[in-house]
Design a protein around this ligand. Sequence first.
Ligand code: UTP
Length: 281
Amino acid sequence: MIPAAGLGTRFLPATKELPKELLPVLDRPVIQWAVEEAVASGADEIILVLAEGKEALAAHLRPDLPLERLLEERGKTAELEAVRKAGNLCRVTVARQAAPRGLGDAVLCAAAAVGDRTFLCMLPDDLSLAQTPVLRQLWNAHEQLGTSILALMRVPNDQISRYGCAEIAESRGKLHRVSGLVEKPPAAEARSDLAVMGRYVLTPAIFGALRKTQPGALGEIQLTDAIGSMLEGGDVWGVEFEGELLDVGTPAGWLATNMRLAREHPEFRNAVASAGTAGRS
Ligand code: UTP
């Protein structure tokens, strides 16, 4: 499940008309990076939670036969292949969120589409840069433990106040049983240096928990609050994943991620290396 019904206010005015998930990172939009990670992690269906006006996200993931025909006629083989790939990554189901009532509400909007299945949930605001995709690492942990799983990342103490922070009851190597979640704690009050990132394995129990969760500030239903109510049963673990998550959910993060990936990309490396020197003699 990919909740993508948010307003994308941090990217305004770029996102006045264009959904932030369609902003490109190198040669493809953010949503495609997310779906490719999910597919590489074993997902065979994507449930996209969308708001009105964001239908182009689903369209990007579906075949575009007239465009394919045109590219074929013009002999644009590489472009044809790229377009076919984007439109055939996997089955896409759309769920609607009527108003931006928070991430928890967005997840709840997909309840009927998910049914009684344990599912992977990913926020497309971060790209996975890892040998084994971060989502796959979460699924592996789920197969071992059978519980809901959170993605945990160690951060320096002076940065923990930017994240949700996990309190840990028990550890087995990189796996940690979570006993508390505190949203953006002041550094001095943080119970650990483990930040909760936007990748999850959730059991269907999350939907009952979300239905009982009261809206918080701004009338938004927080996913963290619902997960918090599931902790008592010992049913939520976290995995300190290997690799990195690269931010594409803020203009600065998006720019830095593009630069970083471009420097490592055979086609774009030279363009980035010479950026800023063009026109100078
Ligand atoms: P964010 O808090 O990053 O909000 O949502 P946003 O709208 O995407 O971006 P900003 O903060 O306004 O710039 C985290 C995730 O939850 C989804 C978003 O699409 C994003 O994937 N979300 C958030 C929803 O689907 N619905 C909501 O009501 C809120």
